[in-house]
Design a protein around this ligand. Sequence first.
Ligand code: T5A
Ligand code: NA
Length: 211
Amino acid sequence: MARGKLIVFEGLDRAGKTTQCQMLVEALKKDGEKVTFMRFPDRTTPIGQMINSYLSGESEQEDHVIHLLFSANRWEAVPKILEAINSGTTVIIDRYYYSGIVYSAAKQNPSMTLEWCRHPDVGLPRPDIVVFLHISPEDAAKRGGYGTERYEQKAMQDRVRELFKEVRQSKEGGDFNVIDAGGSVEEVQESIYDLAKGLLEDESGPLRTVG
Ligand code: T5A
Ligand code: NA
């Protein structure tokens, strides 16, 4: 039996990650594919509840500590990810460690460079592809103002945009497929669906790990 694929959605805030991820899951299910959906942060676990409380401003965490909690929240899901992939189910994930390193590095804590931030995630399952939804600041603003969660401010978002660019130009960059997310929901879905179908038809070697 062929293994399942690992598809990760990343992108700027309000690019439509959750919308597109869920549409893709439904479309692939309709085609008879075995597919499952996950998201990070997974706010349902005890670690996820600490993250949720931090993001909503109900609690404080030291910068390194919250970074490690986001990473731990991925590690605790690894057995589930591997079990699905090994049983032939494709796993589609809404945000992954790329968000983890970029948002933490955007805080400009002097000891938290991109390089430092990446370490706790080394060894995670590496996606077969990253679907990166790209949207201009102007188009993102049209999709509603900033919310009330931590990190939803302009200066932070501008740094996140720059740091994602750096990640796309680094050694992880080869896994990224940049999709223009400025079009209608249906237009964007069409490009993503084509990309995913191509991947599912590909023969795959063993699942790689983040190195
Ligand atoms: N974080 C996350 C870390 O700091 N470290 C980590 O390790 C991880 C994993 C929460 C925060 O945590 C940070 C990053 C975040 O700050 P979250 O819960 O994923 O992460 O964030 P959300 O706020 O849910 O996600 P976004 O704001 O980024 O939104 P999405 O998922 O990109 O967009 P979506 O689909 O919810 O759509 C947004 C709005 O736009 C509309 C939708 O209907 C919706 O109203 N829309 C469109 N409108 C017009 N045209 C289109 N094509 C549209 N697509 C969507
Ligand atoms: Na989302």
